[in-house]
Design a protein around this ligand. Structure first.
Ligand SMILES: NC(=O)c1ccc[n+]([C@@H]2O[C@H](COP(=O)([O-])OP(=O)(O)OC[C@H]3O[C@@H](n4cnc5c(N)ncnc54)[C@H](O)[C@@H]3O)[C@@H](O)[C@H]2O)c1
Ligand SMILES: [Zn+2]
Length: 344
């Protein structure tokens, strides 16, 4: 990507060539890189000159044991308070780095180079960090903003199609929440074009991040507004719980379709708009068939942490670019999510 795009927010977000922009972003401190073995294998040259620590892969590494191992490694290297931790990787690396940095010696400065699409458009910005405890996701963490986040579309060329597509689900989500222009841009584009064209991808990442940062800026601590970022996520979490076969993005794509179609059936969203949501997700290569029986998914949804007494909180699209927060009583969930086809 030739041009650099900057987004004003709590952190400095720079979309551009990481090698080029990094020197000006790093403070004059001792730099310690935290990364994972895949990123180390594929993009070692990015950080070869810095001291680095490599963590394990996957959700099973996102735990307090890894955090403790990192504290020990930092102490072993005599890393003091006046250091800078640079997380280079996907959401797992940035969530752990942010947590370790905000707690090591009561907090040290940190920044990220995000290397997955999901990380670039979602996980690396917003300041939330943390780890899983006892098998529950993100149970322990802080909200602390990194000094900077670098999103380099070129680093995504080594990502598998499946991981790349998972990130696209969050892009579509953000477009439905607040950016109809981004939605149209995606409709005119294709999966192949997004994989190939770094300039286009850079613009799409920037637009997606603007949706997230404007919401997070207004509501850092999730007083209410930040909840709109959960569009499609209540059904997605249920799918992830019921079907290990689906990654987060794949589940989000189905969740987006479910809420759009339910909103259309309830007369909240025009049915042509819901049809555009489905068509775009199909065009991007998502499989949007329900991977488990609806009653099983509804049961899992009732257990979602976003529930509120005898009702669940649900973000529903009113149009492409506009959403609303609604409370859906347990007893109405069946009829809300059952499509007309299923009723016949
Ligand atoms: N903090 C937040 O606000 C927030 C938001 C959304 C998600 N998350 C968290 O993000 C995590 C998921 O992030 P993720 O999907 O990036 O997962 P991840 O970090 O596990 O990355 C996915 C896979 O891609 C590999 N990889 C990373 N960069 C690569 C590259 N350039 N080329 C090839 N392979 C590469 C990784 O090694 C890993 O195997 C979850 O734990 C989730 O809870 C956090
Ligand atoms: Zn998500």
């Amino acid at each position: 990507m030739k041009q650099t795009i900057e987004i004003e927010s709590h952190s400095r977000i720079v979309i551009g060539d990481a090698v080029q922009v990094l020197p000006a972003l790093l403070p004059d401190k001792r730099i310690i890189v935290i990364t994972d073995s895949n990123v180390d294998r594929l993009h070692h040259s990015l950080f070869a000159k810095y001291d680095h620590i490599i963590i394990g892969l996957g959700e099973q590494s996102k735990n307090l044991a890894t955090v403790e191992r990192l504290y020990a490694a930092l102490m072993e290297k005599s890393v003091e308070r006046n250091c800078f931790l640079l997380g280079i990787g996907g959401g797992i690396v940035t969530d752990i780095t942010g947590f370790v940095a905000s707690t090591y010696m009561r907090g040290v400065e940190f920044g990220f180079i995000s290397t997955t699409l999901l990380g670039e458009v979602d996980a690396s910005v917003g300041g939330k960090n943390g780890v899983n405890v006892g098998g529950y996701k993100n149970m322990v963490g802080t909200i602390t903003q990194p000094r900077f986040v670098v999103c380099d579309p070129h680093l995504l060329t080594t990502l598998s199609d499946r991981e790349f597509r998972a990130g696209l689900a969050e892009v579509v989500k953000s477009a439905i929440i607040a950016d109809p222009t981004l939605f149209s841009l995606l409709e005119e584009s294709s999966f192949e074009a997004l994989r190939r064209d770094e300039e286009l991808l850079g613009r799409i990442i920037a637009a997606t991040l603007r949706v997230k940062t404007s919401i997070v800026e207004a509501d850092e601590r999730e007083g209410g507004l930040r909840r709109v970022l959960n569009l499609g996520h209540t059904p997605a979490h249920a799918i992830e719980k019921c079907c290990r076969s689906h990654n987060h993005g794949e589940a989000v794509a189905i969740g987006l379709c479910m809420v759009a179609e339910a909103a259309a059936k309830a007369g909240i969203m025009a049915s042509e708009e819901a049809a555009r949501v489905r068509a775009l997700l199909l065009r991007l290569g998502f499989d949007i068939e329900l991977p488990a029986p609806l009653p099983d998914l509804l049961k899992a949804m009732r257990k979602d942490k976003k529930r509120n007494g005898g009702a669940i909180h649900l973000i529903i699209p009113e149009a492409i670019g506009k959403v609303r927060d609604m409370e859906l009583p347990y007893e109405d969930m069946d009829s809300f999510f059952t499509s007309n086809e299923h009723q016949h």
